[in-house]
Design a protein around this ligand. Sequence first.
Ligand SMILES: C[S@@+](CC[C@H](N)C(=O)[O-])C[C@H]1O[C@@H](n2cnc3c(N)ncnc32)[C@H](O)[C@@H]1O
Length: 276
Amino acid sequence: MLLSSIKINDQEFVELKDVIYRNSGIMFAENKKYLLENRLSKRLADLNFTTFKDYIYYLKYDIKKRQELDTLINLVTINETYFLRERGQLDYLVSNIVPDLIKAGKKSIKIWSAPCSTGEEPYSIAILLKNAGLFDKASIDIIATDINSEVVALAKKGEYRQASFRGVPADFMRNFDVQGQSYFIKDEIKRHVRFNTGNITTPTITSLIGKVDVIFCRNVLIYFDMDGKQRTIKNFHNMLTEPGYLCLGHSETLNKISEDFTMKNAGTCIIYMKKK
Ligand SMILES: C[S@@+](CC[C@H](N)C(=O)[O-])C[C@H]1O[C@@H](n2cnc3c(N)ncnc32)[C@H](O)[C@@H]1O
């Protein structure tokens, strides 16, 4: 049987996309039916299901439904990321945000990479902070979370392939130990980042993470609808200290989502600051 042969009908699509939406905030539009078919057909075949109806029943009633929900979310997220992605904000963090917080008397600083995918973003932050000597000037915690438990496990392992390095400067590679095709992040960088699973659209994330000074939430809001975006940004507003800094992806904006932040030109990029 060809894996792509399991088709999803309209009613099954609506039920499945609702389950995904309620548990992750990720919204599949009507024209993305084929995406669910492509991403989930192998899983159905592994479970010996020939229809999506059977799979939905399993998700709702089986004793393993909680685990299956995690597997489902892991299968539908898009985890594209790489080191030093959208570098302008990372440089601004190191040259302005953290030094300003230290100058203002902050002894401990918390930076949250939410969502972190396989870890390239929080490790990039740790590498740049270390190069700038900032870990010696304050106690800096980098917390990294993602809803996808598989990418969090990979991030904790810290093993990368060439594809994670796109045009990084040569000296960046000294932060890795090379073994065959693999690049392992060095322990001296790894120890600065704490990883956990977490869903940024739910209020429980606020107690899981606590107060933070800087949030990187890049390249995920694009997958949420307006309600999911607003719930997420409300969480961030509650969690940020003052002054609180929020970095979104280049193609993301708070326009029409929240009036609780002001936009700031930060060299080559934009960041948002929590309004008092
Ligand atoms: C495209 S990656 C972005 C990674 C990184 N921030 C970057 O810009 O390179 C998007 C990540 O968002 C995660 N994600 C999707 N919905 C989420 C949610 N509700 N809570 C936390 N993470 C989520 C996905 O698992 C995926 O790893």
